[in-house]
Design a protein around this ligand. Structure first.
Ligand code: PLP
Length: 405
């Protein structure tokens, strides 16, 4: 059976693959600690559940407009005004089946084959693959060694006559870095001048720590006309702990939105009306769950940093947002894919290799589990790698012996 070259060339999502491995091991009864998944473990807000249940109970489950029901579009408009200070109309909004699909539909809408998309490393695994899916060309800009924030001069150097889009994800998956306001300002100015679409993936913008703020691109925009090439992606997945609900959205100028709605109309018709109801519930409901999640993650992040800092040879830039961190393990093992597999096998800890995010030598750790999981997860990694650690430990009720150092 033959499949397309495009499908053959596509990489499997590393995070999903590692999460699946953890699930299989756990099903076999292995005491696995997963520090790989990209989702909070808290419950979805009650307002989302009630709105969703009410929709189901009414049994009125039909297609909706492609861009989303008017109540969801209205909730997104209000969210944009409250959180960005930006006034938009319904013609600038499209709801999607998650932020991932938002990015995919946007790329279908914007790119011609061979158009280039600037992606800043370390980057979310799906950006390059989605760009390739629509026959675009990802152009990766790497930061200086030991840093997670790119330099403006490296970005400008990467831009050429085929550059159509620049993607910014701050707070950043996988590093947790929040780009400084000055850089966002320079990027907005640069993209406006060069007529490049600046796509801000703001999915983590509310999950920031210790007073750090993820600034909005709109704060620096000079062009407020319908020609503006600023595009914002967001959604309920992360801040509202609603990953399984699959609702995201895009804010763009009228022309792009109209074209994107056409594209989405042909590939998904509309996001599920039941899940849209849940998103409306979350966006219009009591917002305390977002702040509670942020505080929980901030505490987990502090625990994670304390544990990692006690680990000789491992360097980790403290994350200012998200629920990820990206420590450098190259002092122990340069091949991070091998290292992640080793840790899974020997210590039953699931991490994601940094190479998948354009950061070789690193491992991505998630800290959205419990404090106990974080402490034990890092302790197991330390045991497996650090020759100073005791030779034997108990994982669950099994004794593990280190016979490889
Ligand atoms: N953008 C970034 C940077 C992400 O890390 C993720 C999920 O991991 C997404 C988008 C996808 O979000 P959603 O679950 O809403 O599709």
């Amino acid at each position: 059976m033959s499949i397309s070259q495009l499908a053959k060339d596509l990489k499997e999502s590393a995070t999903l693959a590692m999460t699946e491995k953890a699930r299989i091991l756990r099903e076999k009864g292995e005491p696995v600690i997963s520090m790989a998944a990209g989702e909070p473990k808290t419950k979805a807000p009650i307002d989302a559940i009630l709105a969703c249940a009410a929709k189901l109970t009414a049994a009125d489950i039909q297609y909706t407009p492609t861009e989303g029901v008017p109540a969801l579009v209205k909730a997104i408009i209000r969210y944009t005004e409250d959180n960005y200070g930006k006034v938009i109309g319904p013609e600038h909004v499209m709801a999607t089946a998650g932020a991932k699909q938002a990015f995919y539909n946007l790329m279908v809408t914007l790119l011609n084959p061979q158009d280039e998309v600037i992606i800043l490393a370390p980057y979310w695994v799906s950006y390059p693959e989605i760009v390739k899916l629509v026959y675009g060309k990802p152009v990766i800009v790497r930061p200086e060694d030991g840093r997670f924030v790119p330099r403006m001069e490296d970005i400008t150097r990467a831009v050429g006559s085929y550059t159509k889009v620049l993607v910014v994800n701050s707070p950043n998956n996988p590093s947790g870095a929040v780009y400084p306001a000055d850089l966002i300002g320079e990027l907005v100015e640069f993209c406006e001048k060069k007529q490049i679409y600046l796509v801000m993936d703001d999915i983590y913008h509310k999950l920031v720590f210790n007073g750090v703020r993820a600034v909005s691109c709109y704060d620096y925009a000079r062009d407020h006309s319908e020609n503006s090439r600023l595009i914002v992606i967001n959604g309920v997945s992360k801040s509202y702990a609603m990953t399984g609900f699959r609702i995201g959205w895009v804010i763009a100028n009228k022309k792009v939105t109209r074209a994107m709605v056409n594209v989405a109309g042909q590939n998904m018709t509309c996001p599920s009306v039941v899940l849209q109801a849940a998103a409306i519930g979350a966006l219009n409901g009591v917002q305390s769950s977002v702040e509670n999640l942020r505080l929980l993650l901030q505490n987990n992040r502090d625990v994670m940093m304390t544990e990692l800092n006690a680990f000789t040879g491992v360097r980790c830039i403290p994350p200012d947002g998200t629920f990820y961190c990206l420590p450098d393990f190259s002092a122990y093992e340069k091949d991070d894919i091998k290292l992640a597999q080793f840790l899974l096998e020997k210590a039953l800890v699931v991490t994601v290799p940094g190479s998948e995010f354009g950061a070789p030598g690193h491992l991505r750790f998630t800290y959205c589990g419990t404090v106990k999981e974080i402490m034990e997860g890092v302790a197991r990694v330390k045991w497996a790698l650090d020759p100073e650690s005791p030779n034997e430990i108990y994982i669950g009720d099994r004794k593990f012996r280190r016979d490889w150092l």
